[in-house]
Unconditional design. Structure first.
Length: 235
């Protein structure tokens, strides 16, 4: 498990491709690898990877299988690319963000950037099927960083997050331009709540569900709005 609080920025030192497998050597900030062992988990841009070899005090290797490359942004990395990194949380660790599994759900596109004074606003375009889990004031993980959704437009398929200067300093987000692809992990408690409500509606209404969806649409609403989790379990 991870907390979503990025602990540093790592750099891709080498890439070695073999049939069905890609090996990355990452260069970490000084002290990041202290006590790190083979088999330990590190979130790399939000993807949980396992240490396969400790090269030296500041370098470690990770193997990434084809499925992970296909589902995340890791396939697009090159030597010199930078990633947000976080080591696995220890028992009793403070959860400064929200619990993350390190299992990326989908990739999304950075559709726009605004820069109000002392702020940095990212608008992120999301595949339609995933917007049902994203709500204003709820949690979202972007490239391994726990962030709070500021605004969400379910019809247009986007959400926005606001980043303070410290977040930009401690992560790779300042380097991301419009069109960049990002790893997204939705908040699991929200996913469970939304899926449970939708399953209950489907079970109880059955054939009437399409009619309900049509009625809600005529009123400018939707099943996704009905399944919005209560504020008590949002950020």
């Amino acid at each position: 498990m991870f907390t979503g609080i990025v602990q540093g920025v790592a750099r891709v030192a080498t890439i070695n491709d073999r049939p069905g497998l890609r090996t990355f050597t990452l260069a970490f900030p000084a002290g990041f690898c202290a006590g790190l062992e083979i088999g330990a988990s590190v979130a790399c841009d939000g993807v949980c990877l396992t240490v396969t070899h400790l090269v030296d005090a500041d370098h470690a290797e990770f193997d990434v299988m084809q499925q992970s490359l296909a589902l995340t942004t890791l396939a697009g990395l090159a030597v010199g690319s930078c990633l947000n990194v976080e080591r696995a949380a220890r028992d009793g660790a403070e959860i400064g963000g929200h619990p993350l599994s390190g299992h990326v759900d989908f990739t999304a596109v950075l559709a726009g950037i605004r820069r109000p004074e002392n702020n940095h606003v990212m608008r992120i375009q999301v595949p339609e099927r995933w917007m049902r889990y994203i709500f204003a004031k709820g949690y979202i993980a972007i490239n391994g960083a726990s962030l709070t959704v500021a605004e969400a437009d379910r019809k247009a398929g986007w959400f926005e997050v606001w980043l303070i200067p410290e977040t930009l300093r401690a992560t790779t987000f300042a380097e991301k331009g419009e069109g960049a692809t990002l790893n997204i992990e939705i908040e699991r408690q929200t996913q469970v709540f939304v899926d449970t409500v939708r399953d209950a509606l489907d079970e109880r209404l059955g054939p009437l569900l399409p009619a309900l969806e049509k009625l809600l649409a005529s009123q400018g609403a939707s099943l996704d709005a009905l399944s919005e989790p209560p504020k008590s379990i949002q950020a």
